[in-house]
Structures are given as C-alpha cells and as structure tokens.
Design a protein around this ligand. Structure first.
Ligand SMILES: Cc1ncc(COP(=O)(O)O)c(C=O)c1O
Length: 502
C-alpha cells in the first residue's frame, strides 16, 4: 500500500464533515435509545452469555468498513453496542451503586474525549485542570471545609482514591518509607477499619506493603455502624503495644447496607489519639448537597482525608472520584517524585496546577468534564434533588416490604441501599440456607428475564436481595411490580422444587 493512500485513509478519519455527520447520527440513535429505555419498552439487561457476546465482538473486528461504507458501518456498530449494553436508564434498573447517569453529563465527557483533553500537567489540560479545581472547591465547601485550607484531586475511581489517600496517611505516619521502604523492626503497623469497609481498603493495605492481614476490623453496632467504644478499645490496645496506626478508616456510608458511621465521635477519638482519620465517603459524600440528608455526614469535615465518588451519587458517568485533604499541605505527600520532563523548573509555581503530582496516573482523562458541564448547566441544587428523590424511593420500597408478609426487611435504610429477602410462609418451612438459595435463584432468573436488574448479597451469612435506587426515574409502580415479579418467580420455584421432591 502506498504512503499516499495511507495518508488519504487517515485524513478521511479526521474529516470535520464526517465527524459532524456521524455525530448527528449518533445523537439520533441515542435519542431513540433513551426514549425506548426510559419507557421500559424492552429488557433492562438483554442477557447474552459471555461466550456469545465475545464471539460477536470478535466477529466485528474481522470485517472493517469498506471505502465509502463508513457511515453505514458506524450505524450498525452503534446499534449493536446499544443492543448488547446494559440499560441503566430503564427505571427498573435498581442494582449496583452505578447510576442511571444524567445523559447531559455524558455529552460533556464526549467533548473532553473527542478533543482528547488530558491532564498530568496544567499546560496539557488547562480547562480540565480548572474545572476540576473549581469542583473540588464547590464540593469541599458543601462538606464544610474552609476554602483555601484544603486540597483535592480527581482520580479514576473510588478504589484508586482510597489508595491515594491512605498512601498519604502511610507516608506521613511512617516518615521515609516512600524512599527507604519498610525498615522498622518494631510492631507492624495497622489500619483500623470499619468491619464492612469496601474491599479496596484491604487491597490498599496489600498494595502499600502493610499486608491485608494488618487491616483490623473495628466491630459494628446493631445498625452496622462503627462501634465507637470498640474503636477506643482498639486504639488503647495499639497505644499500649506500641503498634503504629496508619489510619482509622470510617465509612459514609458502608457498601453492604449503606450505614453511615458516627463521624463526630470518631473524629474526637482520632484527635485524642493523634491518628489519621480517613473516611470512605465514596457513596455518601454527595449528601452534602441535600439539606434533608447532609446531617448524615456531620463530622466529615474533620477527617484528614476522605473520598467521594461523583460517578456514584452525583449521577455522572464513570469514572470521577474525588480525594480530599483537610490540610492542603498534605496534598504532595502521597508521591514524592521528580519527573523532570514533565515538571518545568523554569516555572516552579506551575507544579501547584499539575495534577500528576497528586495522583497515581500520569496521563489522566478530563474526568470532571461531565460533572462540570452538569453543575454549570443546572446548579448544585440538582444533586440535592437526585439524592432526595432516590433516598425517598428507597424508603417507599422499605415500607412496601414491611407491609408484605412474604418479605423480610433486614434493616431500615439510611440511604438508597436496601437489603431484604423474599421469605414466604409455607406449610413446609424453609431453612435459612434454603431461603438464601431461593433468593439468589430468584435474582438470577429476574435479571436474565430482563424484567428488572437488582443485586444479590450475603446478610448475616445468608443470601439476600440488594437494591440500590440509583435511578431517579424509578417510581412506586416499578417498585410494586418488582415485588410482584419476585413473588411470582419465587412461588414458581417453590412449586417446581416441591413437585420434584414429590
Ligand atoms: C464504599 C465504597 N468505597 C469504594 C468503592 C470503590 O469505588 P470504585 O468502584 O469507584 O473503585 C465502592 C464501590 O462500590 C464503595 O461502595
């Protein structure tokens, strides 16, 4: 193939008219898609076994577009991706802590992607850096931090955010460990973490060289919140045994049932013992924007570090996670490295604006574009509305379950997460294990049928159903239909099982 033809082929792809035409086509197809999905006109999840999906994906790679057929091929590929994807915008999607994101935010993300705005250094992504800074200020203010005294950065997800903040805590607690590694012959350091903390905390301990076994689980109270008196006992024991505590890790809220820790007494204890307080507020940090629910995170502003995921409860597309440091001087403690080709000594003040100094990532996508666009268009009041609406729907579901004799509520919701079981009264009572298995089978059948999308989990060692109302379009009727579907599938299963036994 000649060099000219290669160049021509490449040029075609950069043709502004082509971009405009395909962009219009994409928007048209997306408009149709949202109309179908938001009205529940199809399945929530079009279940296709993984081998079949992978085979289809492989086949798409085997035939690229012939010259002149690019628009048709583009059309086919978009339709295929929409058909095979998961329809989070269907109001019957109430599954994981991943939202039916506000579609407009995705348009701003696309703006960043299409023009390839990246960060690491200010000059590569001046607007990306600026919007990220402005959003750190906005969210920090809402949480109650003092403007000018705190710092923050956006990173690719809550797991990386926890890792970054706890790396900072480790470097501060253990002095020169960043450069010399672990040299102390004294007792091994620990993290004291909420017993239900997300698995990214144990992973962080492994990655940081502390060891996953060094995560000490702080016992929980009867609402699965950190038990403050148990935390005091652990802190005393560590002090007496001279065990370094890297951090106390609290949750706002914890993943399993959305329980918010009592942050004020935890902050008091951390201050008393001189220990770094970290809060995983990946899910709950957004309540800062809700007048009704902001009390749930009272005390968060006293943590040394905390994380909040905008791609969870601020309803923007993944990934957009924030790490906050109460004291701005801690922002450079995670990574104490020089990269001379990036950071320009002729302009040392610019390092203040170079996100690469604060994150694991060197090149980082403009992850806050979507959040910026949405906030600038609608104002932060939108986030309060989204929180209030989804928390309210969860409370309604809870009341429906309480009123239904064949369902078992397992906790009162503090957020939009709710765990429960289908547990019918029968002539032949089921064992706890059988009820757990039944619930798991119900959920598998439910999601594969495309009727609803919910999650399964374990509660006190037994299988249960878990719902996270991450879709502001979910209404009472959907919730009533959910219970009816679970009941129908459950009863069918029980009849089939008893017929098999007979
Ligand atoms: C409390 C909590 N922290 C951290 C994470 C991890 O966040 P990400 O999935 O963005 O890495 C999750 C995910 O669900 C979570 O619930």
């Amino acid at each position: 193939m000649s060099a000219t033809s290669a160049r021509d082929r490449i040029r075609t792809l950069y043709d502004p008219e082509l971009i405009e035409a395909l962009g219009k086509r994409l928007m048209h197809l997306l408009g149709q898609h949202f109309a179908t999905v938001e009205n529940s006109a199809g399945n929530v999840l079009n279940w296709v076994p993984p081998e079949e999906n992978i085979a289809t994906a492989r086949a798409t790679l085997e035939h690229s577009a012939e010259p002149g057929t690019l628009p048709e091929r583009f059309d086919e590929m978009v339709r295929l991706a929409l058909r095979r994807g998961h329809n989070l915008h269907d109001p019957r999607y109430i599954g994981h802590q991943v939202p039916a994101s506000v579609p407009l935010a995705g348009l701003f993300d696309a703006l960043g992607s299409l023009t390839n705005q990246v960060m690491a250094i200010y000059e590569m992504g001046p607007w990306a850096t600026s919007v990220e800074r402005a959003l750190v200020e906005l969210w920090g203010d809402a949480i109650g931090l003092d403007r000018g005294t705190f710092a923050g950065v956006v990173t690719h997800g809550g797991s990386l955010a926890n890792l970054t903040a706890l790396l900072t805590a480790r470097n501060i607690a253990l002095g020169d460990v960043w450069t010399r590694g672990f040299t102390s012959s004294g007792p091994a350091p620990v993290l004291l973490a909420h017993a239900d903390a997300h698995y990214s905390i144990a992973r962080t301990a492994g990655i940081l060289g502390l060891g996953t076994g060094q995560v000490v689980k702080v016992p929980l109270d009867d609402r699965r919140r950190m038990d403050v008196s148990a935390l005091r006992t652990l802190l005393m024991q560590c002090r007496q045994s001279k065990i370094p505590v890297i951090a106390v890790v609290a949750c706002a809220c914890a993943t399993p049932i959305g329980a918010f820790d009592p942050l004020v007494p935890i902050a008091d204890l951390c201050e008393e013992f001189g220990v770094w307080m970290h809060v995983d507020a990946a899910h709950g940090g957004a309540v800062a924007f809700s007048e009704k629910h902001k009390e749930l995170i009272a005390g968060l502003e006293r943590a040394d570090s905390f994380i909040c995921d905008a791609h969870k409860t601020l309803f923007v597309p993944a990934l957009c996670a924030f790490v906050f440091y109460r004291q701005r001087e801690h922002r450079f403690e995670a990574f104490r490295q020089d990269a001379p080709y990036l950071f320009d000594p002729s302009s040392p003040g610019m390092a203040e604006y170079d996100s690469g100094m604060l994150t694991v990532e060197c090149t980082k996508r403009a992850a806050a574009y979507g959040l910026w666009g949405l906030t600038a268009l609608c104002g932060p009041g939108l986030f309060g509305d989204l929180i209030d609406t989804t928390f309210e729907q969860t409370r309604i579901l809870y009341e429906l379950l309480r009123a239904a004799p064949d369902f078992e509520t397992l906790h009162e919701p503090q957020s939009n997460i709710l765990v429960f079981r289908y547990h019918p009264e029968l002539a032949t009572p089921l064992s706890a294990e059988q009820v757990g298995d039944l619930n798991r089978q119900i959920r598998r059948e439910l999601i594969e049928s495309g009727e609803f999308y919910i999650v399964q989990t374990m509660f006190n060692g037994t299988g249960a159903l878990r719902v996270c109302v991450m879709n502001p379009l979910t209404e009472l009727q959907h919730l009533e239909d959910l219970l009816a579907s679970i009941r129908r599938i459950g009863q069918n299963r029980i009849s089939k099982d008893s017929a098999a036994v007979a």
